[in-house]
Write a protein that binds this ligand. Sequence first.
Ligand SMILES: Cc1ncc(COP(=O)(O)O)c(C=O)c1O
Length: 384
Amino acid sequence: MLADPHTACARIDLAAYAGNLTRIADHVGPEVAVMAVVKADAYGHGMIECARVARAAGIPWVGVATVAEALTLREAGDQGPLFAWLYGPDEDLSPAVATGIDLAVHRVEQLSQVAAAAAICETTAAVQLKIDTGLSRNGATGEQWPALVEAALEAVELGALEVRGIWSHFAASDEPEHPATAAQLEVFEWALGYAADAGLAVPLRHIGNSAAALRLPQARYDLVRIGIAAYGIDPADGTLAADAGVELQPVMTLRAQLINVKPVPAGAAVSYGGTWTATESTVLGLVPLGYGDGVPRGAGNRGQVLVGGRLAPIRGRICMDQFVVDLGPDARDQVGDEVVLFGAAGAPTASDWARAGDTIGYEVVTRLPLRLTRIQVEPGEESR
Ligand SMILES: Cc1ncc(COP(=O)(O)O)c(C=O)c1O
């Protein structure tokens, strides 16, 4: 039987999160700071809890995408170094500046936006300039970089801003043979050199995410921004972390109880569209989770779950709230027995689900919706 009373839940092992961060910090060494990336509700694991645990583990920086996320952390009591890299042209940045949040600056106009907030707060705002090294998402292009550096220097001169960092983001650091990585590092070096020659000295230079931190020492600079690996999911959907000698423990376990178990005869068609038909009599189990709970619909007829110590295949399409597994003709499983989708020893991993559902491990954990019960297990609490 299930060890807790929830019909279905995502269990978050915060000690595993802290452990993964600590092992990654050890791997990159004491010269490189770690930023725990907790955007998108910590990839579905709980932003406030993960940030708190990261701080307690001695991780110096926390990073989020939006200013709203950063302010939520401040409201929850977080007071440490915090970096946010996404905001719109009409956002009032004064609450962020007033609470000491470092803001990314990608365009000259954003320097004015942050400086205006600094003026309202009668303080100096900390910014980190982004160079677009090849992802073509945010950040100044090489052509725009000189103007951004010059404008930043002027704002520094006026006392409005402090430039704490220069940073960028990789397009394909998880693909060892991808030529973009070396090209991006070259552009990053050029941008750093340009800024230094112009008289802009910055304490923080960073470009590396999980994959880069794990396998590219030359891309670590002063800080690495760690998201997916800290949640125990391999950045390359394989053995990148293991190859780097870093053990990652899954943080999230997604599990449920079987809510129906029944024998069906050969010829029984399963789930919408009858895309799977039993070739012999078997026993089917019903799992009360579906794509409305974030389970990848594409994993119908492809994914597996752990039940009774063995892997059981999913049969038919995954519905909004439930899916069916094949327990086999001799099954002795009962209603109420535990089914693990991912996260426990012997179960498929989030990456396995990603493969089965034609997506990535990042999406599998990040898209779990509000209706799914989430249980946070604090470090030191008994792990069930
Ligand atoms: C700007 C930025 N930095 C760092 C990260 C963390 O990346 P990862 O989860 O691959 O470690 C992300 C995630 O998408 C990001 O957008």
